[in-house]
Write a protein that binds this ligand. Sequence first.
Ligand SMILES: CC(C)(COP(=O)(O)OP(=O)(O)OC[C@H]1O[C@@H](n2cnc3c(N)ncnc32)[C@H](O)[C@@H]1OP(=O)(O)O)[C@@H](O)C(=O)NCCC(=O)NCCS
Length: 163
Amino acid sequence: MRQDHVQIRHLENGDRDAVARFLDQHWGSLVQVVHSTVFRPAELPGFVAQRAAEPMAGLLTYEVRGDVLEIVTLNAAERLAGIGTALVEAAVAEAGRRGCREVRLTTTNDNTDALRFYQRRGFRLTELRPGAVTRVRRIKPEIPETGRHSIPLRDELDLVRSA
Ligand SMILES: CC(C)(COP(=O)(O)OP(=O)(O)OC[C@H]1O[C@@H](n2cnc3c(N)ncnc32)[C@H](O)[C@@H]1OP(=O)(O)O)[C@@H](O)C(=O)NCCC(=O)NCCS
């Protein structure tokens, strides 16, 4: 199966330029604003998924605060090939190594693919912030009004899994 060829490794300083390009390509920005916090994922630790002839098949960035590991970005260049699962498992293992209590993340109301993906991998919904994306849009106007599946992009949702 294709995921057998996916290798996960820690992001290294030499990856920084490629990481910035990957993030810009997938998110159109190098800044993420969630739960009223500004993240610069290109400067964070993370994991890179590699396949033969594809040095960056996926990327996960995270930040550790106290005993919580927060997934800041997660992207698979090709969907449904096991890349996202492998990266999340690497982050959960990292949380365990660092003695974290939980792994958390924030997604948006339109991202039904992510809501399915994370819940199928042991994450539970813990919080809904209605209108949070609408408020961030005032300082980051490039956030579109309409998100995935033509759903109005308005709210943040938090998901948490034990480490
Ligand atoms: C969410 C996201 C990271 C998931 O990554 P992914 O690599 O597609 O995820 P996986 O392939 O590991 O798993 C997705 C599904 O594919 C299935 N799958 C995995 N390998 C497969 C294969 N070789 N053949 C067919 N299906 C496969 C998995 O079983 C899973 O299905 P399930 O949810 O019913 O269990 C990806 O869709 C993505 O990059 N989305 C855009 C960015 C985003 O929204 N990120 C999350 C917000 S923080």
